[in-house]
Design a protein around this ligand. Structure first.
Ligand code: SF4
Ligand code: SF4
Length: 62
């Protein structure tokens, strides 16, 4: 996974399960109005774990 990629959350697909927030090793994601959001872009290293763990594929690395 390239370290230049960052997660983009599809707010319509996100169910608000919070799994990605829990699984991010760098605490870069937070829930904002029940949708996951990359709230600490500097902390994100582009590992892609959030994309891999989202059960509804609402996260795409771009
Ligand atoms: S790509 Fe990795 S570091 Fe970045 S938000 Fe997702 S899980 Fe966290
Ligand atoms: S894992 Fe997917 S559905 Fe769950 S909060 Fe994150 S983006 Fe939303």
């Amino acid at each position: 996974m390239s370290d230049e990629l960052r997660p983009v959350v599809d707010g319509d697909m996100c169910t608000g399960c919070t799994i990605c927030v829990s699984e991010c090793p760098n605490d870069a994601l937070s829930m904002v109005d029940d949708v996951a959001e990359l709230t600490d872009e500097k902390a994100c290293d582009g590992c892609g774990i959030c994309e891999d763990t989202c059960p509804v594929a609402a996260i795409v690395m771009e």
